[in-house]
Design a protein around this ligand. Structure first.
Ligand code: GDP
Length: 426
């Protein structure tokens, strides 16, 4: 059985969607195993340009079975809207090619509301949430205060349970935030409008995956965000609320004992970070503006301008270690073509000492980047398809990353389109 996880090495937005869309060619099943509708995986293919939020990026391949595993934050409203958008664009999403785990917990109507209320309360201390309800959802999942997708098939118990949960949650909505309580009428409308249409997709996806594994099918796991956003190992508290690491894929998918064969770590040729939190290698001013424009660095979900910086080898090495990457996919190398000299962050200075180890979160606030420059290549790379097509300076850049990260680069992406790719052999 061939298994592979495509994961982010840094802060997210590395181009995972683009890589999954490409690699899905060789897989039968594509699974999203964590996170929710706060993702923004951009895929450009012959069908057009799409920003996928919750759906796996395998939906564009007719033979692929796409699965939303038990580890995702399943927002019926967002999911049904996304399925509608794809159908409008002529992409079929049916129970034939999408299955949702009966064990996935449902993101409830108050989660998004609470996310926005808490960010507003935090004001200038906000976490930079996309306000999709992800943090309140995972908190309630851990507290066992939500319902499972499979509960939709038990309507009476579901209503009873939702009424109990609403009574409890309204204490917070009214008491803490002074907000309007959620009513049972609203919950009934939510069940009718979004949960009923979801039901045909809900299945025992663990069984589908075990059957796929037993019959030698090829399974691809698609992560959301990057290693530094992992709730346990990332830049706490500026992480997401789930585990973004490859090691969580078996648990969040429904194959908890699986050992994944290949882990493709996606790294961008420079750094970007959306939202708040420490970002040691951040660039400012005109230099940052130029890079942001060149790379079109605006959030796929929120449209927020992304913070940008040079390739951060300290953070990247840490991400590669945490992900257990067996190879790397370097994306957006084409974007750096305008730079005569390319800055690279090779270390952090903390309290007068230079380190190449990614520090404990509280130390990040005091870290300063150690920047070196390497020669640029000064030409367009977008037509490159073979290693030999890349100019010497671009090849050196790739090799520098391999050496610093201790991991081979297998894929080099030189454009957003499927075919804009160089495969580096051996
Ligand atoms: P993801 O969340 O990791 O899938 O990443 P995003 O979709 O948020 O961001 C990646 C962006 O870069 C998308 O707009 C892609 O179309 C684009 N992209 C991916 N690879 C390349 C590349 O090699 N070159 C260029 N110019 N754009 C790319």
């Amino acid at each position: 059985m061939k298994t592979c996880a495509v994961v982010g090495i840094n802060w997210g937005d590395e181009g995972k969607g683009r890589m999954v869309d490409l690699l899905a060619e060789d897989y039968d099943v594509v699974v999203r195993y964590q996170g929710g509708g706060n993702a923004g995986h951009t895929v450009v293919n012959e069908r057009g340009k799409f920003a996928l939020h919750l759906l796996p990026s395998g939906v564009f391949r007719e033979w692929v079975m796409n699965i939303l595993g038990n580890g995702v934050a399943l927002d019926p409203e967002n999911l049904m809207a996304e399925i509608g958008t794809l159908r409008d664009a002529g992409v079929a999403v049916t129970p034939e090619n999408l299955a949702v785990s009966e064990r996935a917990s449902l993101l409830l109507p108050w989660h998004r509301l609470l996310d926005g209320l808490e960010e507003a309360r935090l004001a200038d201390k906000k976490y930079g949430s996309t306000k999709q309800g992800i943090a309140p959802f995972y908190a309630d999942k851990a507290a066992k205060k939500t319902v499972l997708a499979g509960d939709l098939f038990h309507p009476e118990e579901l209503r009873e349970r939702l009424a109990e949960l609403a009574e409890w949650k309204n204490l917070t909505l009214k008491g803490v935030y002074g907000a309007e309580p959620v009513t049972m009428e609203e919950l009934d409308a939510w069940i009718r409008d979004y949960c009923e249409p979801l039901k045909p997709f809900v299945r025992d996806t663990g069984r589908i995956l075990r059957d796929a594994a037993e019959s030698g099918k090829r399974i691809l796991f698609e992560a959301q965000l990057g290693a530094l956003r992992d709730v346990d190992y990332g830049i706490v508290p500026y992480t997401t609320s789930s585990n973004t690491l490859a090691s969580y894929a078996p648990i969040g998918s429904g194959l908890p004992t699986l050992k994944i064969g290949e882990v493709v770590g996606v790294v961008k040729a420079y750094s970007t970070c959306v939202g708040e939190g420490p970002f040691v290698c951040e660039m400012f001013g005109e230099e940052a503006e130029k890079l942001r424009e060149a790379g079109a660095e605006y959030g796929a979900k929120t449209g927020r301008p992304r913070r940008v910086g040079p390739l951060d080898l300290v953070a990247t090495r840490c991400g590669v270690d945490m992900q257990g990457a067996t190879c790397l996919a370097l994306t957006k190398l084409d974007v750096l073509c305008y730079m005569e000299k390319i800055p690279v962050c090779v270390g952090y200075e903390i309290g007068g000492k230079i380190t190449d180890r990614f520090p404990f979160p509280a130390d990040l606030a005091h870290a300063k980047p150690v920047i070196e420059t390497v020669p640029g290549w000064g030409c367009d790379l977008s037509a490159a398809r073979k290693w030999e097509d890349l100019p010497g300076a671009a090849r050196k850049y790739v090799e520098m990353l391999e050496e610093a990260a201790g991991c081979p680069v297998k894929y080099i992406s030189v454009g957003p389109e499927r075919e804009s790719l160089v495969i580096k052999e051996g």
